[in-house]
Design a protein around this ligand. Structure first.
Ligand code: ATP
Ligand code: MG
Length: 305
């Protein structure tokens, strides 16, 4: 059974890309047989692509038109020949540190053009744009990708909404400081309520996306008491609500600390588990095991998780 996963947040810099890339890579190491993992970079900053493939490669794919932007545009214009293979890059083609079962559809700085076109042409085509990424995912799944991760931008605009409509599970990383607390209020008042359910339920799909959990990230040891207290408060609130009034929202027991190894991992284009910092590595593995249980085994989707 396949899975489409996004790390989602209305706040920037909380670790969506870092956790998304590393989780996709770990899953790629865990799967067997013919299973493969695909990462689709939907952010104009193309951070996931730059992390995995490096800046020069990202620029090259963009100039060659072999990115998610070109693919979605073709799909939107209902082009005859789509050739999804043309847009899929093997992660280990630039650094052998990545799993050889991990693949990426490169991001593109021009992707915002799509938003403008959807708004301009939206009237004629209705909410067709909402289904576009879902269709794209289907095309890639036909190429044998059992697991697809989508790295969205920080805003909950057109692109993220499209990603949300296409996903099976969304995971919310939160940095437990006062800023994080404020942004989390948004999910409590808007997202976990009825309003968001309407966005993704317009005859789009039989089952609505589930929450794969809330994970605290970047806890700083110097301010650990404050961060811990805020995390505890948010955790209590999360556990008191149910998604769509039905599903419990898991909170990860593993709270990820701020480790310099994450920044070094980006510089060296390696997953965190290939870094020498044992603590950072082991902590990430712990987080991943919880992810596997909630999302891959589907424990987060059960009404009494
Ligand atoms: N646990 C961590 N420890 C240390 N640094 C981290 C950690 N998680 C993320 N970072 C760093 O924080 C910065 C922001 O992370 P990242 O780009 O993953 O966030 P994001 O939510 O994807 O941001 P954006 O909203 O811009 O897409 C990066 O420099 C990343 O290396
Ligand atoms: Mg990002």
């Amino acid at each position: 059974m396949g899975r489409v996963v996004i790390f989602l947040s209305v706040k920037g810099g909380v670790g969506k890309t870092t956790l998304g890339v590393n989780t996709a890579d770990m899953l790629a190491r865990r799967v067997s047989g013919s299973d493969k993992v695909l990462l689709i970079d939907l952010d104009a900053q193309a951070s996931a692509t730059i992390y995995v493939l490096g800046y020069d490669s990202q620029r090259r794919y963009e100039s060659e038109g072999r990115t998610v932007h070109s693919f979605l545009l073709k799909l939107w214009e209902s082009a005859e020949s789509l050739e999804p293979e043309r847009y899929i890059v093997k992660a280990s083609s630039t650094s052998s540190a990545w799993s050889d079962r991990l693949f990426i559809v490169p991001g593109d700085s021009r992707i915002m053009e799509l938003e403008r076109r959807f708004v301009a042409e939206g009237g004629a085509k209705g909410v067709a744009w909402l289904k576009l990424l879902m269709k794209a995912v289907e095309k890639f799944r036909e190429k044998g990708f059992e697991y697809v991760f989508i790295d969205p931008p920080a805003t909950l605009g057109v692109l993220s909404t499209m990603a949300l409509a296409a996903c099976d599970y969304f995971i919310i990383p939160i940095v437990p400081d006062d800023f994080g607390r404020a942004s989390f209020k948004f999910f409590m008042t808007d997202y976990f309520s009825k309003a968001s359910y309407d966005i993704v339920s317009q005859d789009l799909r039989p089952e609505r996306p589930l929450c794969g959990g809330v994970v605290f990230n970047k806890l700083v040891s110097q301010s650990s008491a404050v961060h811990r207290r805020i995390a505890d408060e948010i955790e209590k609130e999360v556990l008191s609500v149910k998604l769509y009034g039905k599903y419990p929202i898991p909170v990860y027991k593993t709270r990820l600390n701020e480790y310099i190894a994450y920044a070094k991992a980006v510089d060296e284009h390696k997953p965190i588990i290939a870094m020498p910092d044992k603590k950072a590595r082991e902590q990430f593995e712990q987080f991943f095991n919880e992810f596997y249980d909630y999302v891959i085994k589907g424990r987060a989707g059960r009404e009494s998780a």
